[in-house]
Write a protein that binds this ligand. Structure first.
Ligand code: HEM
Length: 431
């Protein structure tokens, strides 16, 4: 009887499953555990941030099923439709074209290539942390986790450093116009009013208004990229913008203006929020769990230990929801998927599957093997993986060398956002 009750609970939880609002985070892992046990291939009718402009779709919570989908781009396409202006390259492109784009990009993001950035990462991290720690109370996200990857990205791509706040603000509108991110909302609301749109009186913008302001910000970014591309055509430099201009698709032709802009756009979107979100969530865990923080601080200078520790922190703090579109009718572990159905693979759920990870909710710094999906899997596996690992390691080392002890600020609340989840604010105080 109990089993039947649990199954009924799983069915109604699945129907109402919506990982996009920040409130979902309060019962995120309980929900995934319930679904994984009783309804691992579940059907939701309520996904507010769903791709393909639809709220219904499948949700996968088992590691094995998730891996199967991510490895199979033929049946599970990345062409989903949640882009404010044009689809991003190579994220929204399927093989074989995707393979050609990755062939261009891969060599620029190897471990060796990223190793050359190490002194810059160190220097920027030190500068931002020193400034933040001048005060007794500070906001780890707005003062460090958000600007750090933005500054690094400007350096790598060849964007003028003095533009980094503008670049961060555009990102906050495009990614966070209506997910509970205060800065994203404030900027988006101002932009909507400027466009003469009805912003309503709720705490979130109506979805059509949010889409309009995201589109406007994206157009501004495209304009900014177009200007930079123009400059680099005249005056080439040792940066990503120049490399893209000089690249040859399949060794034959240059990239078109649209391809150049859409690739830059994805690199910009993928490289900023991800690192900021992971850092914010990790440091919140450390602020709440002194023992785990001390354990990390004790091992973080040991080269053989810190790498696996970072992987484990990414597994436990996975942030990305991976949407796919079904391309043909097929039966999938007891469910019938139809062409055009949307399938959501939350890396958070797969990464806590006890079939794959023993004690999945525990941080085990030397966990091995640790084949987590935090950076995805299959052809779209994170292009920036070596940069991301390095940014996380250096950010955590620099911060904890300077301040190994800290607490949550008792007078202020951290602010979380849902969807590709993270923190918009993490107020901390010195001991
Ligand atoms: C903690 C930080 C990061 C996490 C957790 C992360 C996670 C992911 C995941 C899960 C995917 C797979 C998306 C899919 O299958 O649809 C992905 C793709 C991607 N990531 Fe990252 N990422 C991080 C940092 C970065 C950085 C720093 C960059 C640098 C530019 C980057 C660039 C990309 C790109 C370009 C793709 C698309 C790859 C493709 O479609 O072939 N990421 N990332």
């Amino acid at each position: 009887m109990k089993k039947r009750d649990e199954l009924n609970r799983a069915v109604s939880t699945a129907r109402d499953f919506d990982p996009y609002p920040s409130e979902f985070l309060e019962h995120e892992f309980e929900t995934y555990d319930l679904l994984r046990e009783h309804l691992p291939v579940a059907r939701s009718e309520a996904m507010t941030g769903g791709s393909l402009g639809r709220s219904d779709g499948w949700v996968l919570t088992r590691y094995k099923d998730s891996s199967e989908v991510l490895r199979n781009p033929e049946d599970f396409s990345n062409q989903v439709a949640d882009y404010p202006v044009r689809p991003w390259i190579p994220q929204a492109v399927d093989p074989p074209m995707h393979t050609s784009y990755r062939r261009i990009l891969n060599p620029w993001f190897t471990m060796d290539a990223m190793g050359k950035l190490e002194p810059h990462l160190q220097q920027y991290a030190e500068g931002l942390v020193d400034k933040m720690l001048e005060k007794e109370a500070f906001d780890f996200v707005t003062e460090f986790a958000d600007p750090f990857p933005t500054v690094i990205f400007c350096e790598l791509a060849g964007f003028p450093l003095e533009d980094y706040e503008r670049i961060m603000d555009w990102k906050n509108v495009i990614m966070h116009a209506s997910d509970g991110h205060p800065r994203g909302y404030e900027l988006a609301r101002a932009s909507a009013l400027d466009l003469g749109l009805d912003v309503g009186d709720g705490e979130r913008l109506p979805s059509d208004v949010a889409l309009a302001v995201r589109g406007r910000a994206a157009q501004e970014v495209y304009g900014y990229f177009a200007g930079l591309l123009e400059q680099r055509r005249v005056d080439p430099k040792d940066d990503l913008v120049t490399k893209l201009i000089e690249a040859k698709f399949d060794g034959e032709r240059s990239l078109t203006q649209e391809e150049l802009e859409d690739t830059l756009f994805l690199l910009y979107m993928a490289g900023l929020d991800t690192v900021a979100s992971a850092l914010g969530l990790i440091v919140r865990t450390f602020a709440e769990d002194e023992a785990k923080r001390r354990e990390f601080v004790a091992l973080m200078e040991e080269p053989t230990k810190v790498g696996p520790a970072i992987e484990e922190l990414v597994r436990v703090h996975s942030i990305v929801l991976l949407p796919r579109r079904v391309t043909r009718e097929l039966s999938f572990n007891g469910a019938l998927f139809r062409a055009e159905d949307q399938v959501l693979v939350p890396s958070q759920a797969a990464n806590r599957d006890p079939e794959e990870f023993s004690d999945p909710n525990e941080i085990v710094y030397d966990r091995g093997p640790n084949r987590h999906l935090g950076f995805g899997l299959g052809p779209h596996r994170c292009l920036g993986i070596h940069l991301a690992r390095r940014e996380l390691r250096i950010a955590l080392q620099v911060f904890h060398r300077k301040l190994p002890d800290y607490h949550l600020d008792p007078d202020k609340m951290a602010v979380a956002f849902g969807g590709m989840k993270g923190l918009a604010s993490l107020p901390l105080v010195k001991p």
